[in-house]
Design a protein around this ligand. Structure first.
Ligand code: FE2
Length: 193
């Protein structure tokens, strides 16, 4: 099957000033598109030729895994942000308090892990099989669905996510990114665990 580049769920200038049109043009149209193109090239004549994206991420390794996981991770990342005002559900708020002590503590822990993650990767709010929430970071293309975790929210901390707008200052990117979180998406994911 042919994998397609997901359309952004907002206009290219909708997230300004927090995330610029130029960043979105490079990040989505160049970086994300390249992962989609490479994945489509690599699956030809492989055992994953007819597999859907999640199955490839769970079962592949090497270049096929890296490109498939980067497609999955970026799809999840675009859905995790929005230009709209959103509010977390009471269920999500309750779970964050249960698991982290308070919503503020969750935010501090998430930002700290995102700031201190060395090199390229991703920061995730995930649920385990028992419904317990935690914050995990993954290196390069790695994706928590390969270890049985359910992603609820992700932040891309590859330099290509912020270098145009914030140069090397990842903490500034994270402060602005936080204001874009699509709590409706995170709440909907939480309702399914
Ligand atoms: Fe990215």
């Amino acid at each position: 099957m042919k994998h397609e580049l997901m359309k952004l769920p907002f206009e290219y200038d909708a997230l300004e000033p927090h995330m610029s049109k130029e960043t979105l043009t490079y990040h989505h149209d160049k970086h994300h598109q390249t992962y989609v193109n490479k994945l489509n090239e690599l699956v030809i004549d492989s055992k994953f030729e007819d597999s859907d994206l999640e199955e490839i991420v769970k079962k592949a390794d090497g270049g096929i895994f890296n490109n498939a996981a980067q497609v999955y991770n970026h799809d999840f990342f675009w859905n995790s942000i929005t230009a709209n005002e959103t509010k977390m559900s009471s269920e999500l708020e309750k779970k964050l308090i249960e698991n982290f002590g308070s919503v503020d503590t969750f935010k501090t822990e998430f930002i700290t892990k995102a700031t201190t993650h060395f090199g390229a990767g991703w920061v995730w709010l995930v649920a385990d099989a028992n419904g317990a929430l935690s914050i995990v970071t993954t290196v390069n293309a790695a994706c928590p669905i390969t270890t049985g975790l359910t992603p609820l929210l992700t932040c891309d901390v590859w330099e290509h996510a912020y270098y145009i707008d914030y140069r090397n200052v990842r903490p500034d990117y994270l402060t602005h990114w936080w204001t874009l979180i699509n709590w409706d998406f995170v709440s909907a994911n939480t309702a399914k665990i």
